[in-house]
Design a protein around this ligand. Structure first.
Ligand code: RP5
Length: 151
């Protein structure tokens, strides 16, 4: 994520990864304030063993696109809800990538962070049958938790 202030939102992605037993790291990497850290992280991500990157940022949210430009790993972008423009700035900064460098963009805010975790799990489950079972169970539990009528 781009800032400590993004953690309230991005912790939702980490929570899902924890629930599904998916090893992950949470880092603050700012495209604007720590550009060298960004380059180092993105360029070494494959060799470091990462398989999917979730990048959350708000405002002029260059982080997901810049990361995607420096790695072939799938990058899932989460637009963090900004105070000034309610996250529309973040969404448009992340979603409208020029052809050639994709960022899979999720919804603005906590729903996007949670779904980024789930989408990362779906990607990883393609080649991990044990994780696939856990993800199926997670989804079934979610279905079971939805009442048929309002309480
Ligand atoms: C972006 O600027 C971050 O991703 C964050 O969403 C936004 C505001 O950052 P702070 O000023 O709260 O650190 O780089």
């Amino acid at each position: 994520m781009g800032s400590q202030s993004d953690w309230d939102t991005m912790s939702g992605a980490a929570a899902v990864l924890d629930e599904l037993g998916i090893a992950h790291e949470c880092r603050i990497v700012s495209a604007h304030r720590t550009p060298d850290r960004l380059v180092d992280f993105a360029k070494t991500a494959v060799d470091s063993g990462f398989q999917v990157i979730i990048a959350g940022a708000g405002g002029a949210a260059h982080l997901p696109g810049m990361v995607a430009s420096m790695t072939r790993l799938p990058v899932l972008g989460v637009p963090v809800q900004s105070k000034a423009l309610s996250g529309m700035d973040s969404l448009l900064s992340i979603v409208q990538m020029p052809g050639g460098i994709p960022v899979g963009t999720l919804a603005i805010g906590p729903a996007g962070a949670k779904n980024a975790g789930l989408l990362a799990a779906s990607i990883l489950a393609l080649h991990d049958p044990v994780l696939a079972e856990r993800l199926d169970a997670w989804r079934a539990a979610q279905s079971d938790s939805v009442g048929e009528r309002p309480a």
